[in-house]
Design a protein around this ligand. Structure first.
Ligand code: GLC
Length: 364
């Protein structure tokens, strides 16, 4: 009897201890994957604050086609304070593309127009007061990259092109000195054309240095040359600076995201859906390049543009948007959808209502 009891307790103890071991291993596993997720992007080359900013940019939106039009209103949408109020509590960050080059004097010193900078700053102030991170950039300085001018864009002397960009940033750095560190500078949108990798790397370094003379610590976004910058990450020379984030754009699958657009040099036929396994694989492969680069260099990245043009069918646009958001958030990459209220837009400015399925795909 005693022996039987002893045997019973012995096996009970061994069952309990095996259960405990399994439980312990399982909880360790869960903890490990939790820690991995919480760890987010590699940040070993930047300051703690810049790393935090990169992560807190989280979900963002581009106020596109407004201030980067040659003159505000040229592209049928103006920056309305009411739009800004709509973003409150929904998006953590807002990117404002701005064509400073067309609102600065044509000479090398590129004196920025007072009225225009005040116009921009009103929007920046409103966004910061509403708790957003704000990214301002230099967008569509066409002549610098050797592109043709837009209607209403003025030409400057070739010799002052780069100097103007440097002086634009010097003025912006001085103007916004003392502003919240939730305001971020992005040096140039999609440098391409005659800005070769070498030229661009050099100029970008100069831009960062010029900003640093006035603003030693503000977070700056830099970028590789190219429309599809992910594939050119390996050619990016990162200036040695602990407060940098790398800005990238991704419009894969391009034949889906850009179908039916009139302003492109090629005409992409409409009717392309999203997302089959080949399309998804392309997106994921590119994002894997980004993750690998981040781990190898320790600078966080931000996806400042992705989105789909209105000619795609709504269900595909929702599928694409959901897929992107999910993939980006898995990798803890902050993003900004292209864009708010124009032809890629999530808000219908005529009907004055959200395109609900797209908004939900971004925010849910
Ligand atoms: C581009 C530009 C933006 C343009 C958008 C959609 O890469 O940054 O100005 O409107 O993507 O094509």
């Amino acid at each position: 009897m005693i022996l039987a009891n002893f045997k019973f307790y012995k096996s009970l103890i061994s069952v309990i201890s095996s259960c405990l071991i399994v439980l312990l291993c399982w909880s360790n596993l869960v903890q490990a994957s939790g820690a991995e997720r919480a760890a987010g992007q590699s940040c070993y080359s930047v300051s703690e604050r810049t790393c935090q900013i990169a992560h807190e940019l989280n979900k963002g939106i581009n106020l596109g086609n407004m201030l980067e039009a040659p003159i505000e209103g040229d592209w049928k949408i103006r920056l309305d304070p009411a739009y800004i109020e709509l973003l409150k509590g929904q998006f953590q960050s807002v990117r404002i593309p701005i064509r400073w080059s067309n609102h600065a004097s044509p000479e090398g010193h590129a004196k920025i127009d007072d009225f225009f900078i005040k116009r921009v700053s009103k929007a920046v102030d409103q966004l910061l007061a509403n708790g957003h991170y704000v990214i301002i950039n230099v967008h569509h300085y066409n002549q610098l990259s050797g592109k043709g001018l837009s209607r209403n864009e003025f030409m400057v002397e070739e010799g002052v092109l780069e100097l103007r960009l440097i002086n634009i940033w010097k003025q912006l750095a001085a103007y916004y000195k003392g502003y919240s560190d939730r305001l971020i500078f992005e040096v140039l949108n999609e440098p391409t054309g005659r800005l070769t990798h070498q030229k661009w790397n050099q100029l970008q370094k100069q831009l960062v240095e010029s900003i640093r003379e006035v603003e030693p610590r503000r977070t700056i976004m830099i970028t590789p040359r190219a429309y599809r910058p992910i594939h050119q990450l390996s050619k990016l020379d990162v200036p040695k600076d602990p407060n940098l984030i790398v800005a990238l754009h991704q419009y894969t699958p391009f034949k889906f995201t850009h179908q039916g657009i009139k302003y492109l040099p090629m005409n992409l036929p409409i009717g392309v859906t999203c997302c089959n396994s080949v399309q998804k694989k392309k997106i994921v492969n590119e994002l894997n390049i980004v993750t690998r680069w981040n781990q190898q260099h320790g600078y966080p990245v931000h996806l400042g543009e992705f989105g789909s043009y209105q000619a795609g069918d709504m269900q595909s646009r929702v599928n694409y948007t959901q897929f992107m958001v999910n993939e980006l958030e898995k990798r803890r990459i902050g993003w900004a959808y292209w864009e708010f209220g124009s032809s890629f837009g999530i808000y219908d400015t005529k009907a004055k209502q959200w395109r609900q399925p797209l908004l939900e795909a971004l925010l849910d």
